[in-house]
Design a protein around this ligand. Structure first.
Ligand SMILES: [Zn+2]
Length: 1155
């Protein structure tokens, strides 16, 4: 054997102890920033830094008040000199009285800067020269011709982005000009004292902290990113893995090698990092993703969650969109692997309107495949409260927009942040042309951990979507080693599929990916090309690539688990109630729009030959867009700041005004000269009362009619007149199921309502169907008179109740389980009789609580809830509240003599059952739930439902059914729900279990009051022509005709040739149905199709002639439904007019001569 070089020495006089690993690990925190910033790596990050007017010349113009001029207008203004260090503000305008005489002079929110840079000649030699502009707030950089270049996030948070790279040609020229708009809000608005959800500080000032020309030491920056990745590896991986130890040894060696920070030092230190990242990794750039595994476990996609309004109003969001998206497009230039996924058609539309040059840039990046369209909806809406039809419109308006502007639709539904997701969704997502669904919010559950990451989500009707809830548990990942690692370590279905989506980039307030995130991911991938202890991450793919891979890998989902029903968020349960006015605005607008579409469609079908009436598509679309916008997941839930609700209320007011006008216009096409009922109404001679029924149901209603002024002439048609003679009650009948209800006398089957009192504290409202007793201020008895059955357990009472409402943190969002331990029953006081029957009996009561007053009128009519044979009457509660409480929760409750494990709640296009018990923590977690128009507790043979016309929060605790009425959080809106409210609910006993009941129909009617009008006498013929419904259903009472509208692609011009009618039907009880859809002879159906929600044809339907008695010349379509199925039918209407039209035309001519 020869002598070996470097042979193991014989002698050892050294000390050589094992290292103290934790001290070495702690040491890593001292290499950047902190106490040693002037001597560590941070000290060499910039080679040069200069400021002052010689190099950076600044001029500013401040827009008055809250105004937000766009570039073209701002640039024309008179700018004045400014300097680094100047302060500007304040943030927003306070709601209260302001001390300044001229608000516009005193408050300045948006500031425009003209910046001229003189760049030293000798800087030409550097790789990069930057402007560092830090106004402490958000800002937007424009080119001098108005093209948005990138956003700025000032301040020193983790989302700081203050650098703008000066193009090399400008550095060579030594001259560069920019325009910057800075806005007085941070990424998360201007929360008071910096607590995220505190109400905004309207008086915040900001300071221009930096306006410097800098030369970054690029090698030092890269070294910092190297070191960051190494440190994350050390801190993320288990201590006994080789990679963790290698990373620590390497990072430690880098620190030891940092002497003067000279270029050669830095080069050597970067070389050390190759021990972990692999030799020559940096030169490969995005090429690192081409090496190593072909199938990465973690798929990285950049995303930027921009809450469409939250701690800032809509108009600030519009700026956020431009800032964030321009930044991402800019990053794509330097990082070819960067793919950016973006949702919410509304935000694209704002960009198109306000930043057209940037919008063109987005279109180019969509075409090149770097900018990805996801979600398919108008906004990332709340997933609980929008109606079924509203969810349809979220997708219809969203997908239509994407298709019209980008030539493609989205394939993945995307609601990462919505506060729970209705079980109606899988069907709607599939029918909107998508099969994948992404969310993650359930990782916020505060009771149970949701058991799946990748699964088949199956809705109430059995439809499924492929759902992924990222195991990374966030949609704003920072792309750290920990995030990537969590993609596998927190994955709950590795037995079925071992891939995860890493959705990274700053969000909520926008921002998106930072360069450091893209740099980190390259290093992480390079590491996994060399080592096996960390899951490999891929870049450059789409969300659809990810889902497509899961679909294949799981044999089209066969090997994945199934989650059936809603994705209930065990958190934020107060959002079904917070901001009552918004809930009401939403419900009323949805129903008003449904009525407008229905009546306007009828008007286009039945207008006279010489009528110029045109379907008001544009106004309908505009109104829907406003309603859909307000359904954003921090607006409708009530979790935004007060300013947002000022805007939202304005939008609802516009919808109400515009749609009411449309409705009147359409009514007057159908019936000659209908007049609304007000004391000022001018009535013709003689006039009569009628009402439009905009539901598909036959019904009877009691309508209250004002008898003031001209109304007196109607007295004879009324069954009952109030004691003071100012109002009367008419019984309106449309028991034939038609469009027009007319006043009738009491029927033989009416049950006169009455009220008895002992004159002090005992009141009984009663008819032959039901009876309610209020005694000592509480509801002590509810009786089904026909059965003689008492529904309130002995010794118990019902009524209003107050709970202490102090959640653990998220005030407007959360009501916490412990609120149930603090119940205070309230008493109805000052009860007095205000209507004695026979048509309506009613008492008025007052409840005083704290500083609030709650006036409730409880009434009972002589009719049943619906025309169903066994239907009972309901008790209606109309509340007028002056609400002055803080952190109190007002509910109404009834303990019921009914025993069931489940209660039933209406959801979109159907219903859902939730437990009434707390057997498991999954059951206990559902102590407050979302319902739409009804909630029901039934046992075999009997049940009681609550009907609701604007409230969405319910609970059933054992046998106590509750409806949630008002909350009073103080963050982020300090004055949430303070002031006046009006709302109604009803208590409806019913024979038979819910499934055999008429509750869904009663709730539908309860939400759709008749539209009562006066019409001139002698319009009998025109009324009977309009009264008959053009479309009706036979043979399946469980199928509802929800929507009647004109087709999206119709030609609406005066001579329009394409005429289609869209009908949306659904099965409402959860069972199969075969239904006959009949079309009146007046409507000439040439062809019929089933379509998806986007109105694409699915199949042609056979149109037959109906053969039944009275059906002569009616068209017939046979439709089959599975339980809860939603079906869209498109009828193509021909121009050929059957004989019957003649009489209608004549009437209209008659009408013209009367004008
Ligand atoms: Zn959000």
């Amino acid at each position: 054997m020869g002598t070996q070089k470097n042979a193991y020495p014989v002698l050892n006089y050294g000390s050589g102890s094992k290292w103290i690993k934790n001290l070495t690990q702690s040491r890593l925190s001292t290499f950047t920033g902190g106490h040693f910033a002037d001597v560590n790596l941070s000290s060499i990050l910039f080679t040069h830094r200069i400021d002052g007017p010689e190099f950076v010349s600044l001029e500013v113009w401040s827009a008055p008040g809250l105004t937000k001029p766009l570039f073209d207008e701002a640039i024309k203004q008179k700018f004045k000199p400014a300097k680094k260090g100047d302060s500007f503000g304040p943030s927003w305008v306070s709601g209260g009285p302001h001390p300044c005489i001229n608000l516009l002079n005193c408050i300045q929110t948006n500031h425009w800067w003209k910046i001229t840079l003189n760049i030293p000649r000798e800087w030409e030699k550097y790789e990069r020269v930057q402007l560092e502009f830090d106004p402490g707030c958000e800002a937007m950089i424009f080119s001098t011709d108005g093209v948005p270049l990138q956003g700025i996030t000032g301040g020193y948070g983790g989302d700081r982005r203050v650098e703008h790279i000066i193009p090399p040609h400008a550095v060579r020229a030594g001259h560069y000009e920019l325009v910057i708009e800075s806005s007085c809000n941070g990424m998360f608005g201007v929360p008071w004292n910096g607590d995220t959800i505190a109400p905004p500080d309207m008086n915040r000032y900001f300071q221009l902290a930096s306006a410097d020309l800098v030369v970054p030491n690029q090698d030092a920056w890269h070294l910092m990113w190297d070191f960051t990745t190494l440190r994350e590896l050390v801190e993320t991986l288990p201590g006994n893995t080789p990679l963790q130890n290698t990373a620590l040894v390497t990072a430690n060696a880098i620190m030891n090698a940092f002497h003067s920070g000279s270029p050669s030092d830095v080069k050597a230190m970067r070389g050390l990092a190759e021990r972990v990242f692999g030799e020559g990794w940096a030169e490969k750039g995005a090429g690192v993703y081409e090496e190593g595994t072909a199938r990465a476990s973690v798929v990285g996609i950049s995303y930027c969650h921009i809450d469409t309004a939250w701690l800032w109003p809509y108009h600030v969001t519009q700026q956020k969109v431009a800032r964030s998206w321009s930044t991402q497009i800019d990053l794509m230039e330097r990082y070819p692997e960067h793919r950016f996924a973006c949702s919410q058609a509304q935000q694209f539309k704002w960009l198109e309107q306000q930043y057209p040059a940037l919008f063109t840039g987005v279109q180019e990046k969509v075409a090149s495949g770097q900018f990805h369209l996801i979600g398919g909806s108008w906004v990332e809406n709340d997933g609980n409260m929008p109606s079924g039809e509203a969810l349809v419109r979220q997708f219809l308006y969203g997908q239509k927009y994407f298709e019209s502007r980008f030539g493609k639709r989205c394939e993945t539904a995307w609601l990462p942040d919505s506060f729970g997701l209705t079980a109606a969704y899988p069907q709607l997502i599939r029918d909107a042309g998508m099969k994948f669904f992404f969310t993650q919010k359930l990782s916020w559950n505060n009771i149970n951990v949701f058991p799946h990451s990748t699964f088949n989500w199956v809705g109430i009707d059995g439809s499924q979507v492929l759902c992924h809830m990222t195991p990374v548990d966030t949609y704003t990942a920072q792309a750290t080693v920990g995030d990537v690692n969590k993609g596998l370590t927190n994955h709950k279905n590795l037995e079925s599929n071992n891939t995860a989506l890493l959705v990274f980039g700053n969000g909520d307030g926008g921002g998106g990916a930072l360069p450091k995130m893209l740099e980190n991911l390259r290093r992480i991938r390079a590491t996994t090309n060399e080592h096996r202890e960390l899951p490999p991450v891929s870049m450059g793919h789409s969300v659809e690539d990810f889902f497509g891979d899961v679909e294949r890998d799981s044999e089209e989902g066969k090997s994945l688990p199934v989650w059936k029903g809603e994705l209930y968020l065990e958190f934020h349960r107060g959002t079904y109630t917070s901001h009552g006015s918004i809930k009401k605005g939403n419900r009323k607008s949805e129903i008003l729009l449904r009525d407008v579409e229905r009546i306007a469609t009828l008007a286009t079908l039945f207008k006279s030959a010489n009528s110029t009436y045109v379907y008001p598509k544009k106004t309908i679309d505009d109104s829907w867009e406003k309603v859909l916008l307000n359904q954003f997941h921090d607006v409708l839930p009530g979790s935004a700041i007060g300013m947002v609700y000022d805007d939202a209320e304005k939008l609802y007011a516009e919808v109400r005004k515009d749609c009411t006008a449309l409705l009147e216009e359409a009514f007057s096409v159908l019936i000659r000269s209908p007049v609304s009922l007000t004391p000022q109404s001018k009535l013709g001679r003689p006039s009569e009362l009628l009402a439009f029924n905009t539901t598909p149901f036959a019904r009877r209603d009691v309508a209250k009619v004002s008898l003031v002024g001209n109304g007196k002439s109607l007295r004879s048609t009324l069954v009952q007149v109030s004691a003071d003679g100012t109002a009367g009650y008419a019984l309106m009948d449309t028991s034939d199921g038609g469009n027009i209800a007319r006043p009738v006398g009491m029927f033989a089957d009416c049950m006169p309502a009455s009220v008895f009192t002992n004159g002090s504290d005992h009141f009984v409202l009663r008819n032959a169907s039901v009876q309610l007793t209020i005694s000592g201020g509480r509801i002590t008895s509810l009786v089904d008179v026909k059965l003689g059955r008492e529904l309130i357990p002995k010794g118990r009472t019902g009524g209003l109740v107050i709970f202490e409402d102090r959640p653990n943190y998220w005030d407007a969002w959360d009501v916490e389980i412990h609120h149930l331990e603090t119940s205070t029953p309230l008493e109805f006081t000052q009860v007095r009789v205000i209507a004695e029957g026979p048509l309506r009996a009613a008492v008025q009561t007052k409840v005083k609580y704290g500083k609030s007053t709650i006036d409730v009128t409880i009434s009972l009519d002589a009719i049943t809830a619906t025309l169903h044979e066994k239907s009972r009457s309901f008790f209606k509660f109309d509340a007028k509240v002056d609400w002055r409480e803080r952190h109190q929760f007002l509910k109404f409750e009834l303990p019921l003599n009914i025993n069931s494990n489940d209660a039933t709640y209406e959801t979109q296009f159907g219903h859902i059952q939730r437990p009434t018990h707390k057997n498991t923590t999954l059951d206990a977690a559902k102590f407050e739930v979302c319902g739409h128009k009804y909630a029901d507790l039934s046992e075999y043979g009997y049940g009681v439902a609550f009907l609701s016309e604007s409230k969405y929060g319910f609970a059933c605790e054992g046998n106590v059914l509750r409806i949630s009425l008002l909350r009073s959080a103080t963050a982020p809106d300090a004055d949430q729900d303070q002031g006046p409210h009006e709302f109604s609910w009803a208590v409806m006993p019913h024979v038979g279990h819910f499934l055999e009941s008429d509750v869904p129909i009663a709730a539908y009617i309860f939400n759709s009051p008749l539209h009562v009008r006066y019409v001139p006498g002698g319009s009998q013929e025109s009324i009977s022509a309009a009264a008959k419904p053009p479309f009706w259903l036979e043979g399946a009472p469980n199928v509802f005709l929800e929507t009647i509208k004109r087709g999206e692609d119709d030609d609406f011009g005066p001579n329009g040739t394409t005429r289609t009618v869209i009908l949306r039907l659904y099965e409402a009880f959860g069972g199969h149905a075969q239904v006959k859809l009949k079309v009146a002879p007046r409507v000439h159906v040439t062809r019929a199709y089933t379509t998806n929600l986007l109105e694409d044809h699915k199949a042609e339907l056979q149109v037959r002639m109906a053969e039944g008695e009275g059906d002569r010349n009616s068209a017939l379509l046979n439709l089959e439904f599975r339980g809860f199925e939603v079906k869209t039918v498109k009828l193509v209407i021909g121009n050929q007019r059957p004989e019957k039209w003649d009489s209608w035309v004549k009437i209209d001519e008659d009408h013209d001569t009367h004008m």
